[in-house]
Design a protein around this ligand. Structure first.
Ligand code: SF4
Length: 304
């Protein structure tokens, strides 16, 4: 076991000196989650950071997340701990792709999962998270066409929940698509007592057989409140660290070792330290893009 204490103390000390806030997504490496001031999902973290008086936000996550933090906190300096960490799903749709699709459906409202670039958000009407996507869509007047981007699996989940038909972009998260129904069935046979929690980014075949479909924050709540003592967690493996830490008496089982997001794991303690020390990898947006993207994020509130 590697001892990270010294580097973690160094990073916390540097953060104190610079009045910086360290935030880490639930899928980050354990040693990064442990050193962060806050862990959570992308929008939750960006909102939390906006409510603090920190001068610098060190975002341990992927590119669109740091953009979202900047959208909500333009006066703070937002640093992405590892600049190369992107999101393949967010990269599956560009602003040009979306403009073209809107041209084909001029009456449609565009609902975009937060896992999109700021340029795509700027072309969007309403943002959503995996936790509120179904509510957002359910609150759009009946009969209105809806374009849903970029995740076809979250789109499928929303269609099932709301009975609405969506014009779905065919993007997906490669990490979640590695989890198959066969993985779930096999793990369930080994552990028939375990509750299966799946993220709606999983394939429809996995969604169908899960006991409950939950966002990462939903899984955290479910595990805390449930009387069950073991859970099969169908999402990126990094979440298990937090689940285990918060529920030491319960057991969290991964259905496949393939459910690892390589982009999320690019951030290491030495890289985070160097980024904060040098104040490198600042994420800034053109002000016009930022304010249009902000309007889409704010619109979400009125649809939930
Ligand atoms: S887990 Fe999937 S959605 Fe999340 S950053 Fe990685 S590729 Fe993107």
């Amino acid at each position: 076991m590697v001892d990270y204490t010294e580097q973690q103390e160094e990073l916390r000390e540097l953060a104190r000196e610079k009045n910086a806030l360290i935030i880490a997504h639930n899928y980050q490496r354990p040693e990064i989650q442990d050193v962060a001031h806050f862990t959570g999902d992308s929008l939750e973290l960006s909102r939390m950071a906006a409510g603090t008086d920190a001068d610098i936000i060190l975002f341990c996550g992927v590119h669109f997340m740091a953009e979202t933090a900047h959208i909500l906190s333009p006066q703070k300096k937002v640093l992405l701990a590892e600049l190369k960490a992107g999101c393949p799903m967010a990269d599956m749709i560009t602003a040009e792709d979306l403009v073209k699709l809107k041209g084909e459906h001029p009456q449609a409202l565009v609902v975009a999962y937060v896992n999109t670039s700021a340029a795509v958000k700027a072309e969007t009407d309403i943002c959503c998270t995996s936790a509120n996507a179904a509510t957002v869509v359910a609150n759009i007047p009946e009969g209105r066409e809806i374009i849903f981007i970029p995740d076809r699996n979250l789109g499928h989940y929303v269609e099932q929940k709301t009975g609405r038909e969506l014009i779905k972009w065919q993007g997906y998260c490669p990490t979640h698509e590695y989890i198959t129904a066969a993985d779930i069935r096999r793990t369930r046979e080994e552990r028939p007592d375990a509750v299966v929690l799946a993220h709606p980014e999983c394939l429809p075949e996995v969604q169908e057989i899960a006991d409950s479909l939950e966002s990462t924050s939903g899984m955290i709540r479910y595990a805390r409140e449930s009387a069950a003592s073991s859970f099969i967690i169908a999402t990126e493996m990094g979440l298990n660290h937090r689940l285990q830490k918060e529920n030491p008496g319960k057991q969290f089982i991964t259905p496949t070792r393939k459910a690892i997001c390589p982009n999320m794991k690019m951030t290491t303690l030495p890289k985070a330290l160097a980024t904060l020390r040098e104040e490198r990898y600042e994420i800034r947006l053109d002000e016009e893009i930022r304010s249009r993207a902000l309007a889409a994020v704010e619109a979400m509130v009125s649809y939930t």
